[in-house]
Design a protein around this ligand. Structure first.
Ligand SMILES: CC(C)(COP(=O)(O)OP(=O)(O)OC[C@H]1O[C@@H](n2cnc3c(N)ncnc32)[C@H](O)[C@@H]1OP(=O)(O)O)[C@@H](O)C(=O)NCCC(=O)NCCS
Length: 182
């Protein structure tokens, strides 16, 4: 499972916009992404969520695909050379923000900028759909993910008690506002 990491013209372009939070910058074109499809569920489960059941993953993906058809969100997969899904993330449009969620990168690809690129791509697509603010939730026992979101420009906003997968737990929500001028 490898991704091309050759720098491209798109990567150079990204460096020009230096003052923006990283999350608002364009993702590198060297990382290939496309919209998720229900037929990705099985390989997403085995590559990214080995502890989830097929049905849990399938339900998540089909709900997101339905949301996309209704103009209420989008799911993106990062794919390898053979179109295998290696990472996933989605956003849902709410009246007050686009909520980015369910981010996951296959274990062997972590720490190489794939999660960053996915967030940049989701933010870009959500802005095209009219979103002006972005929120992302993270469990309190996942400080590495929280640190990544803060580095991308998200700021701690509020906490909620939620049952995501492991029973009720405290979830920290981080928020990023896009500049008003756009
Ligand atoms: C959280 C997660 C999605 C982040 O994805 P990722 O691809 O590892 O993220 P990135 O590579 O963009 O950034 C993470 C780290 O890689 C480093 N990094 C970024 N670009 C890099 C590059 N080109 N080369 C090497 N390292 C890089 C970052 O400095 C960061 O390091 P740190 O966390 O040690 O400070 C991924 O770790 C994951 O799937 N975790 C399990 C599921 C999970 O926790 N999901 C989040 C739920 S809120």
């Amino acid at each position: 499972m490898r991704l091309s990491k050759q720098p491209t013209a798109g990567d150079e372009e990204r460096l020009i916009v230096k003052n923006q939070p990283l999350a608002l910058q364009a993702p590198p074109t060297s990382i290939t992404m496309r919209q998720v499809r229900p037929t990705d569920s099985d390989r997403l489960r085995s590559n990214c969520w080995p502890n989830r059941t097929f049905l849990t993953v399938y339900n998540l993906i089909t709900r997101t695909v339905r949301n996309t058809a209704d103009g209420r969100g989008l799911g993106l997969v990062v794919v390898g050379a053979d179109d295998t899904p290696l990472a996933y993330g989605q956003f849902t449009l709410w009246p007050t923000c686009a909520e980015i969620s369910d981010l996951v990168v296959t274990e062997s690809l972590r720490g190489q900028g794939v999660g960053t690129a996915l967030i940049q791509a989701l933010v870009k697509r959500a802005r095209l759909d009219g979103a002006k603010a972005f929120e992302i939730g993270v469990a309190m026992d996942n400080p590495r993910a929280a640190a990544l979101y803060r580095r991308l420009g998200f700021e701690d906003s509020h906490t909620l008690m939620m049952d995501l997968e492991r029973g009720k737990e405290k979830i920290l929500f981080l928020r990023l506002e896009a500049p008003r001028s756009r």
